[in-house]
Design a protein around this ligand. Structure first.
Ligand code: HEC
Ligand code: HEC
Length: 263
């Protein structure tokens, strides 16, 4: 074998696993079969729904009860989607909460599997299943951070912690809020995903919601009055950091003095 051929062989052998790794986990059957469910955005959404969601949410979003096996005899269960509206579909798809892998798992923020157009199609399809709320358009710039802080303490901090850092409650992981967009915060508040309670407009008006979002956005980047934030943990770690720096400086000085004395 010539040297060139050998080099090529080695290169191919090196590139193969890299190419495999690059392809990532297989996408869940994103099958588009235009025509089968009618044309247009809703039709495209219906096909995507049939391929990716119906096993758990049933045909036409009627839901799959616990005891039954889902469409196509795939074991699955999911709540009905009739009337959840564009709001809920938009939230669950854009956070990567859906599609779930396993119906008994808690949905969590993960890689979004679908490109923009497919998300819009599925949102349109879910919205077409029954009358439901549309996608909210919050305006946090009209809200007040101070009012939002109070509302957050009263309604959210019990689970999400005071700076929205997340944690645990019985039976659920409570996610941090730093990745949630303004729209997703508004959606989550109205839906109450998983074990989170939902807040109707009577409990939290849209004006209060604007303030709440303004506060969550503020808590993502609290104004640090100079210096390091050190996790916003307060004086204890600050003292620790001061000691660390002071000790290192002292040790360095001793070494220098030691060397001079020797010389
Ligand atoms: C009883 C505890 C509880 C309370 C109170 C609560 N949440 Fe939640 N929240 C959760 C849980 C649990 C989830 C995760 C839902 C899931 O995995 O489907 C969540 C998810 C969220 C998300 C999605 C975050 C993401 O990136 O996945 C947002 C935004 C949110 N909550 C905002 C709020 C706001 C704002 C309030 C107050 C008005 C609030 N929550 C009150 C428990 C709570
Ligand atoms: C493995 C089963 C499974 C698959 C697949 C799945 N879901 Fe779900 N879905 C669930 C379960 C379980 C819940 C309830 C989760 C919760 O309580 O937060 C849910 C909740 C939802 C909700 C919230 C409903 C509400 O009451 O507001 C929407 C919207 C949704 N799914 C859309 C979809 C879409 C769109 C797809 C396909 C891309 C999909 N799901 C795929 C199991 C599944």
């Amino acid at each position: 074998m010539t040297r060139v051929a050998l080099t090529l062989l080695v290169l191919v052998a090196l590139a193969a696993p890299a190419a495999l790794a690059d392809s990532g986990p297989p996408r869940q059957g994103v099958v588009i079969d235009p025509g089968q469910h009618g044309a247009g955005l809703v039709g495209e959404g219906a096909s995507l729904y049939a391929a990716n969601c119906a096993s758990c949410h049933g045909p036409h979003g009627v839901g799959v009860l616990k005891a039954r096996r889902g469409a196509g005899d795939v074991p699955g269960q999911g709540p009905p989607l009739l009337g959840v509206g564009a709001l809920s579909a938009d939230f669950y798809l854009r956070t990567g909460y859906m599609p779930l892998e396993n119906p008994s798992q808690q949905p969590s923020r993960s890689r979004v599997l679908f490109p923009e157009e497919e998300i819009r199609a599925m949102v349109a399809y879910v919205a077409s299943l029954g009358e439901g709320p549309g996608i909210p358009r919050p305006q946090p710039q009209k809200g007040s951070v101070a009012a939002g802080n109070t509302l957050f303490l009263q309604n959210c901090a019990g689970c999400h912690q005071i700076v929205g850092a997340g944690g645990y409650v019985t039976g659920a992981r409570v996610p941090p809020l730093e990745e949630a967009t303004d729209r997703q915060i508004a959606e989550a508040v109205r839906i109450g995903p998983y074990l989170m309670p939902h807040f109707s407009e009577q409990r939290l008006t849209n004006t209060q919601l604007n303030s709440l979002i303004a506060y969550v956005d503020y808590a993502k980047h609290p104004d640090d009055a100079g210096g390091w934030s050190i996790g916003h943990l307060g004086p204890w770690p600050e003292g620790l950091v001061a000691w660390l720096i002071a000790t290192s400086a002292l040790v360095a000085t001793c070494i220098v003095i030691g060397k001079r004395l020797k010389a």
